[in-house]
Write a protein that binds this ligand. Structure first.
Ligand code: IMP
Ligand code: MG
Length: 177
């Protein structure tokens, strides 16, 4: 695999397509066991999680729903901006088992602000599943229940993740050189 350029920055290969797909298959298998008969709702946070969600959901064999919502904007290479109200949360989550799907958890700010709002709709359970867990960057008390990868505090793009809106359309994940 070779380096890619996104806007003004160069990125080098970090997680291969094969590795990503292996981890997602493992996670799907785990959900298929743990949520059997529970009819969970996968709550996917747009935009970054759309590929992760699609690849995971294809491998969910139990009865489950998927719902896409939009929460926050993310600009540049550090976490910033204000969390906006959840758009598109049309499912009735009361009494349901919710699995939040996030592309990456960085400071935890986004989910920290959203969780109380979601909890106020009284779901039966809320779990958080992330593709990438930037463990060192966590600055808010958010508990990640499932993570495909723990990664260091380095900016990454690809497989749904963007740099200023670009770089989402790759099968592998790349890190800033
Ligand atoms: P948090 O609120 O600080 O946890 O940031 C979460 C959001 O920031 C993610 O959903 C991403 O959209 C974005 N983000 C954080 N780190 C990165 C990164 O390394 N690359 C691309 N987006 C990132
Ligand atoms: Mg995101």
């Amino acid at each position: 695999m070779s380096n890619i350029k996104v806007l003004d920055k160069e990125f080098e290969p970090y997680l291969s397509e094969e590795l990503i797909q292996t981890k997602i298959a493992e996670l799907a298998a785990q959900f298929n066991k743990e949520y059997e008969g529970k009819r969970p709702i996968f709550l996917s946070i747009l935009n970054g999680s759309f590929l992760f969600t699609a690849d995971l959901f294809k491998q969910i064999t139990i009865e489950a729903e998927v719902c896409f919502i939009k929460l926050a904007s993310y600009k540049g290479t550090t976490s910033s901006g204000n969390v906006i109200t959840a758009i598109g949360l049309d499912a009735n989550v009361s009494g349901r088992d919710i699995i939040i799907l996030e592309d990456i958890i960085d400071t935890g700010k986004t989910l920290h602000h959203f969780l109380p709002q979601l909890a106020s709709s009284q779901p039966n359970s809320i779990k958080i599943a992330v593709l990438l867990n930037k463990t060192e960057a966590l600055a808010y008390p958010v508990k990640v229940d499932y993570a495909c990868f723990d990664i260091p505090n380095k900016f990454v793009v690809g497989y749904g993740l963007d740099y200023d809106g670009y770089g989402r359309n790759t099968k592998a994940i790349y890190q800033l050189k």
